[in-house]
Design a protein around this ligand. Structure first.
Ligand SMILES: NC(=O)c1ccc[n+]([C@@H]2O[C@H](COP(=O)([O-])OP(=O)(O)OC[C@H]3O[C@@H](n4cnc5c(N)ncnc54)[C@H](O)[C@@H]3O)[C@@H](O)[C@H]2O)c1
Ligand SMILES: [Zn+2]
Ligand SMILES: [Zn+2]
Length: 389
């Protein structure tokens, strides 16, 4: 089969790889029809993780079941399914508690955090930017889609990651109707956090970034853009809240956060939120931070050596003083994807509004290049390995 493969920093090629096979009676094979490039792929693409050369990218996957193992009961050949980026067993101590993001079966290494398709340090699983994908514990992991699946793939594929992840940021931040919420990052994840806050009835949502095209997307759903090249979020938010700050905030950027001139500073966004969120407010951090970032030694503006070991200078004293709470980590997609699917099916959510480009798999290298440069108008790239779209 054809697949998008990591060949080193900023080098993706589309090559022939062996077709996946059923390896366990609970597996299914899915023919991938829609698969996204994610901001998480970019950390790997830029060589800022331990992602191995030769591995297939792709953790935001949707497709049609083409084969099932002998123990699979729920899934049938021909069904359309969307797959949470987390791979989970459903029966371990973490899964039982709903923490499929930290499954102990699919990621038995105690020092690692959960399993995912085509992801650094999250198990050996291949990704779905390919014609076919093996799905372990398929009955548990796959979410079935209805009759409108084929037609509305660009909406439903967002259930694999960014819609539930954005929603999770707002859950950790405790967003309630009427709240004033600030979001750092207007990438696909930040836009989905803003969308989730709007769906929950937030009174005011600010989205901070440096890219006009992305901020314009935020405006389309009624959020208020803050262009950090021109405005200081602290001043805008203080002015609007009698000096109190936002009720809560979401971090949707991660450790490669940078200043307006592009210099990386992993502390910028979290410290920005500690400053902009009011006393006792909650902050949800879904942007990825890592315990080892060898690239951080050169890239980080502040004290690179320290940041290369994941030690980011956070304003802990201010966080404590303000009595704020902070939530972190990979999103447990399964906690939300069924409900969010039904919002889409019921016509109440249309997350495909973030999509800017639909490309055949062959054009994955081009898609990575433009999305990585955050080129004007490249907000979210979808690949169709089956040539549809
Ligand atoms: N926790 C999870 O489960 C989960 C799931 C998916 C993605 N992620 C992570 O979420 C983050 C965002 O993903 P994405 O797909 O939106 O990526 P992206 O890279 O497309 O978007 C990030 C945005 O942040 C902006 N940005 C950079 N520095 C900033 C700063 N100082 N202040 C405000 N904005 C700034 C960039 O201009 C960009 O628009 C990544 O770290 C990704 O790995 C986490
Ligand atoms: Zn993703
Ligand atoms: Zn498990």
């Amino acid at each position: 089969m054809k697949a998008a493969v990591y060949e080193g920093p900023r080098n993706v090629t589309v090559e022939e790889k062996p077709d996946p096979r059923i390896e366990h009676p609970c597996d299914a094979i899915v023919k991938i029809t829609t698969t996204n490039i994610c901001g998480s792929d970019l950390h790997m693409y830029e060589g800022r993780t331990s992602f191995e050369k030769g591995r297939i990218f792709g953790h935001e996957n949707l497709g049609q079941v083409v084969e099932v193992g002998s123990a699979v009961r729920k899934l049938k050949v021909g069904m359309y399914v969307v797959l949470p980026f987390n791979i989970a067993c459903g029966f371990c101590k973490q899964c039982e508690r709903g923490l499929t993001n930290y499954c102990l079966t699919m990621q038995p290494e105690p020092s690692a955090a959960g399993a995912a398709y085509g992801f650094a340090d999250m198990g050996p699983y291949q990704g779905g930017q390919a014609e076919f994908l093996r799905v372990p514990y398929a009955d548990f992991n796959a979410l079935r889609l209805g009759e409108d699946a084929e037609e509305r793939q660009t909406d439903y594929v967002m259930l694999a990651d960014i819609f539930p992840t954005g929603y999770h940021a707002t859950e950790m931040a405790g967003v309630k109707p009427g709240d004033q919420t600030v979001i750092y990052g207007a990438g696909p994840v930040g836009l989905m956090a803003a969308y989730s806050a709007v769906i929950k009835g937030a009174g005011r949502v600010w989205v901070c970034d440096f890219h006009t095209d992305r901020l314009r997307k935020a405006e389309e759903i009624g959020a208020m853009p803050i262009d950090m090249r021109e405005q200081d979020p602290g001043e805008v938010i203080k002015e609007a809240t009698l000096g109190l700050g936002a009720d809560n905030g979401c971090e949707c950027v991660g450790y490669q956060a940078h200043d307006p001139s592009g210099h990386e500073d992993a502390s910028r966004t979290v410290n920005g939120l500690i400053e902009n969120v009011r006393f006792t407010g909650c902050i949800g951090v879904v942007g990825v931070f890592v315990p080892e970032d060898p690239g951080g030694r050169e890239a980080q503006l502040q004290i690179g050596d320290f940041e290369a070991k994941g030690k980011v200078p956070i304003d802990w004293g201010k966080l404590w003083f303000k009595g704020q709470k902070i939530g972190t980590g990979q999103a447990p997609v399964k906690r939300y994807n069924r409900r969010l699917r039904d919002l889409i099916a019921g016509g109440k959510a249309k997350p495909s509004w973030v999509v800017s480009h639909e490309l055949p798999l062959d054009q994955a290298p081009d898609g990575y290049d433009h999305f990585d440069r955050r080129d004007e108008g490249w907000t979210k790239v979808i690949l169709h390995p089956d040539g549809s779209g």
